[in-house]
Design a protein around this ligand. Structure first.
Ligand code: NAI
Ligand code: MG
Length: 367
């Protein structure tokens, strides 16, 4: 049997810097845990534009379709601001998401105890927080037709359409229930069934799919109340399932409960491939951070945690994902901090590469 394949797309700005640290982690798992991957690396975003004049080449797109998992750093930067819309670095990422049909976006909001002081909320409200937002990613109001700005009488009207088919809701719901089965067995579905027909259908389909997951407890909440509950008592949730628009907002809101952008991973999953693994793209939530790029200041943890998600969701290796997350928890508890995590006085920040090395050392200690 050949090794599972991993396509690495470092991208722009701090993307290559944080990805270099993920490479150390991948090597460690190969050397010490027998987890071998066929790793290949390619260009995306501005880096791909510089090389081929397009933010994602057809060859790279084809490799991504074949890969067992894609790991992406970040794309974009001021250098590309004046490019035509279709050539912008972000279009490379959008093409990947669209052509791989990655309909389920997983955004964990997990609070490492050592960083609980970073939250804008009181420590006891967020300490130990571990929730997962499942956002439908390929449909809804960002894609629905009709859309556009039209003349209407003597003024213009801007139109976007929230549109969901039953099958689109169903596949997102299944992915949330499957996830809940591996976690706390609770799903809270959020929409606005009180004022939106698409929300009524959403609630109906989610309730129907729930019949296949009797062990999971399902609740429904209007999304505006959900936003309030997220900042009032976030620990009441396990998995939150929601649509593209509400998920965009709620996941950013939940993310900030836990502190720095430099800590937040994500996964985007699609339909199962012939080998049973879902199409999958893993990436940190943050962008290319041009303000600190090239200075060795970036926090690599968001990207490393994205690899932990790959271990769990693409390679079905929750035990090794737990090991990696525990190593990160430990280095943070021991006081390791990159510049973005500095609050306390008198702590010298680690560089990107020192943080990677510290995590590798903690992995060694875990053996
Ligand atoms: P950003 O996430 O790149 O940076 C926001 C702030 O957070 C900056 O001050 C940055 O220094 C800091 N930051 C981000 N990640 C960090 C890390 N790992 N360690 C330490 N500090 C970190 O967002 P911004 O500035 O709005 O966008 C910059 C570029 O990135 C733009 O071209 C944007 O289009 C692109 N972008 C790309 C994304 C992606 O590739 N998925 C997502 C968001 C933005
Ligand atoms: Mg957003």
């Amino acid at each position: 049997m050949s090794n599972p394949s991993l396509l690495i797309l470092p991208g722009d700005g701090i993307g290559p810097e944080v990805m270099a640290e993920v490479r150390k982690i991948i090597t460690w798992f190969g050397d010490n845990r027998g987890l071998q991957f066929d790793v290949s690396e390619d260009l995306v975003g501005g880096a791909a534009y510089d090389a081929h004049g397009a933010p994602l080449s057809d060859e790279t797109m084809a490799k991504a379709q074949e890969a067992d998992a894609v790991l992406l750093g970040a794309v974009g930067g001021p250098k590309y601001d004046d490019l035509d819309f279709s050539l912008k670095p972000e279009r490379g990422l959008l093409r990947l998401r669209k052509e791989m049909d990655l309909f389920s976006n997983l955004r964990p909001a997990q609070c490492f105890d050592a960083l609980a002081d970073f939250s804008s909320l009181k420590k006891d409200i967020v300490a130990g927080l571990d929730i997962m937002i499942v956002r439908e990613l390929t449909s809804g109001v960002y894609f629905g037709e009709p859309r556009g700005i039209f003349e209407e009488g003597n003024e213009r009207v801007g139109i976007n359409t929230q549109r969901y088919t039953e099958s689109e809701i169903e596949r997102a719901a299944r992915s949330a229930f499957e996830l809940a089965m591996r976690r706390g067995k609770k799903v809270c579905s959020m929409e606005k069934a009180n004022v939106m027909e698409s929300g009524i259908l959403w609630r109906e389909v989610v309730t129907r799919v729930h019949a296949d997951y009797p062990e999971v407890e399902l609740s429904h909440m209007y999304a505006d109340n959900g936003a309030m509950q997220l900042v009032r008592a976030p620990k009441q949730f396990d998995v939150i399932l929601t649509d593209n628009l509400f998920g965009d907002i709620l996941s950013d809101c939940a993310a900030m409960l836990t502190g720095s952008l430099g800590m937040l991973p994500s996964a985007s999953l699609g339909a199962p491939m012939s080998n049973g693994r879902p199409k999958a793209l893993y990436e940190p939530v943050h962008g290319s951070a041009p303000d600190i790029a090239g200075e060795g200041k970036a926090n690599p943890i968001a990207c490393i945690l994205s690899f932990a998600m790959a271990l769990r969701y693409s390679f079905d290796n929750g035990a090794e994902a737990d090991r990696l997350e525990a190593a990160i928890e430990k280095v943070l508890a021991d006081g390791a901090r990159t510049g973005d995590l500095l609050g306390e006085e008198g702590v010298t920040p680690l560089s990107t590469s020192e943080m990677g090395d510290t995590i590798v050392a903690a992995l060694n200690d875990s053996l």
